[in-house]
Structure formats: C-alpha cells, structure tokens
Ligand binder design. Structure first.
Ligand code: UT7
Length: 331
C-alpha cells in the first residue's frame, strides 16, 4: 500500500465585520454596480483593529481540529500560507503552534500569495508521503485589508480577510498504477501541480518590504493583465492535473477555485465545459481572501453537505509571482 495524504477535517473563520460595496462607495469613487458587474463581489469581511492573521488562523485551526476529532497534540507540523504575517518574523505558524499548546513538531510559513494553499498542499503531501510527518495542520490565513491602498479603487474593492484550515493525515492509498485510471480511486491527495513565472512579478506585487523599503507597502496590480494570465494559466493547470491522472472534466464532482473574480470562475467553467453548479463560489460574500479563499470555500461546501466522502475535488489558484497550481483530491 502507498501512503496517501487524506483530509481528516476542515474549518474556517471570517471576521465579524462585513463591509458592503455600498459602504466602500462612501470611501472611494466606486459603485455597487461596477464592483458586482466586474467582479461578482457584494461584500467582504474585514478584521477588527488588533485582530491579527494569527487570530484568524487560530480560530480556523480550532474548528478544523474539532471537525477532524483529534487533539492538537497529534499534529506534528503546522504550515501557514500567508502574505500578511503578524510580523516579518517569527513565522505566524509558530504563534499558532504555541497557542495550540504544541511543544513538539515544527511550524513555518509559506508565501505564494493567492496560490499559497495549493503550494501548502504540495508541501504537506511531500512530507506525509515520505514519512517525515504523520499529521499536518495546513492553514491559509490573511488580513489582506492591512496591505491595501484604501485610496486605490482598482484594488481596495477586491479583497477581504479570513482563514481556512485542513488537517491532513497519512492514510493508505490505492496501489500505484503509474498514472491512468485506477490510481485515483482511494481517498486523499491524488496529485498537486505547481508553476511560477517570475518574469511577471510586476503585474501583481506589494511596493514595500523589509529588505527594500523597510515598510509594509501596498498591493499594486495591473488588473487586466493579471486577468488575462489567470484565464490562460488556470485552464492549462486544470488540464495538466486531469491529464496526469487520465481524467476528464466530467469526472470532477466539485471545482473549488481560488476566488478572485466571478468572471474568471465563469470563464474556467466554460472552458472545461463544467456546469457552474459544480463550482463552489464564495467570491460574492468573501471577495478575494488570497491564501484563505480555497479552504474557506472548501469548508463551506463540506459543512453544508455539498462535498461528500468519495467526491473528486479539483482545487486551483493563481496569484502574485505569478504563481499558480492545482490539486486533485478524492474527498
Ligand atoms: O488573486 C490574484 C488574482 N487577481 C485577479 O485575478 C484579478 C484579475 N483582474 C480583475 O479581476 C479585473 O481586471 C479587475 C476587476 C481588477 C478590473 O476589471 P477590468 O474590467 O479589467 O477593469 P479595468 O482595470 O480595465 O478598468 C476599467 C475602468 C477604468 O476606467 P477607464 O480608464 O476605462 O476610464 C478604471 O479606472 O474601470 C475603472 N475602475 C473602476 N471604476 C469604478 C477601476 N476600478 C474601479 C472601481 N469602481 N472600483
């Protein structure tokens, strides 16, 4: 039997405060109509003053552990995907580790912006498959509102805060079939596919950092170009993940995409010939929560009963870097 990384449970957390498009239109020159038509966003959650990424991450982690029905002591690694850590260092993951009362194992942050959760799945899967870890807590958590330029209507309307987490554990997979039908039957992560293209750094970035400006900086984006790359790269990564496993779009039960723009989601569904009903959509209520968006959407669909044991789930994301990736999971 091969080791297969299985999802034991999931959880998520959204800050209490909801900011509607109407409220934003009192702050910058925008309208509810423009935001909804161009992005599909109606509202977003924004963290309270003093509510940090680690606070959001902690709440999502507690809910995931509860859902997985295991104590924190059984976790041997905490991976936190974030672009908005509490501090430059130490890793926010170590704060979560400490608050969970863990004294063993390891904890670290990873940074792949909106693709962070997919990158985290790939890393966790590698540690588990090689036997270096048995049970991993993977969190995507962001307080993106803290790095927005609230004078820039082209970016500040797009993002929100939140956190999502999964508990991953080594389980027994199906015998390796060397690709093709058969090896995607057992529960767990089937394959994860990662890409980046650093030559597109300047399309989506933050104009500050410890080594450059010694300030935190604000999000800058060439929206139209990012949109164009998203449509191309996401279609390609979905095809890559399906092809690697001898699968067709029709085999997917649920597509859980990174939630950046409803028009990107519609485009991906159209390209795949996938009915929009098979896509988990939260962008209308959460906006773009970067590394948190996929685990937030996943948790919603698991808890409301749409995603069921045995379903084939495809997750995909693209973000600054540009980075992009996809992961196929048998739930
Ligand atoms: O998670 C990482 C991945 N990120 C993404 O995938 C984001 C990808 N990009 C997008 O989602 C879209 O490009 C945006 C939603 C950011 C922008 O939509 P767009 O249809 O590409 O609009 P645009 O940037 O071409 O701007 C069109 C017009 C401009 O006015 P002019 O120059 O035509 O007069 C903008 O100034 O819309 C204006 N505009 C706004 N108007 C009202 C830009 N932002 C706003 C706003 N309210 N908030």
């Amino acid at each position: 039997m091969n080791v297969r990384t299985q999802v034991l449970g999931c959880g998520s957390y959204l800050p209490e405060r909801v900011v509607t498009n109407a409220e934003l239109s009192t702050m910058v020159d925008t309208t509810d109509e423009w935001i909804f038509e161009r992005t599909g966003i109606r509202e977003r959650h924004i963290a309270a003053d003093g509510e940090l990424t680690s606070d959001l991450a902690m709440k999502a982690a507690e809910r995931a552990l509860e859902h997985a029905k295991i104590p924190a002591a059984e976790i041997d690694m905490v991976i936190l995907a974030t672009t908005t850590p509490d501090y430059t260092f130490p890793a926010t993951a170590t704060k979560v580790q400490s608050r969970l009362g863990m004294v063993n194992g390891s904890a670290f942050d990873i940074q792949a912006v909106c693709s962070g959760f997919i990158y985290g799945l790939a890393i966790a899967d590698s540690f588990i498959r090689t036997g270096q870890s048995k049970t991993i807590l993977l969190i995507g958590a962001e307080t993106f509102s803290r790095i927005l330029d609230w004078q820039d209507r082209a970016t500040c309307v797009l993002f929100g805060d939140g956190a999502g987490a999964v508990v991953l554990r080594a389980g027994e997979g199906e015998p390796e079939a060397g690709g093709g039908a058969g090896h995607n039957v057992g529960r767990g992560i089937i394959s994860t596919h990662l890409h980046s293209d650093g030559s597109t750094n300047d399309l989506l970035y933050v104009d500050g950092g410890p080594s450059s400006t010694q300030t935190v900086g604000h999000v800058r984006m060439v929206g139209r170009e990012v949109f164009r790359h998203a449509v191309i790269n996401l279609a390609a990564i979905v095809e890559e993940a399906l092809e690697a496993n001898g699968l067709q779009p029709a085999d997917i039960d649920w597509l859980v995409p990174h939630q950046a723009n409803k028009r990107i989601l519609d485009g991906t569904a159209r390209k795949l010939g996938l009915p929009i009903e098979k896509m988990i959509i939260t962008v209308d209520r959460h906006a773009n929560t970067s590394a948190a968006s996929i685990p937030l959407a996943l948790d919603e669909a698991v808890k409301d009963g749409r995603i069921k044991r045995g379903d084939l789930i495809l997750m995909e994301a693209m973000g600054g870097g540009l980075t992009w990736g996809a992961s196929l999971v048998r739930w």
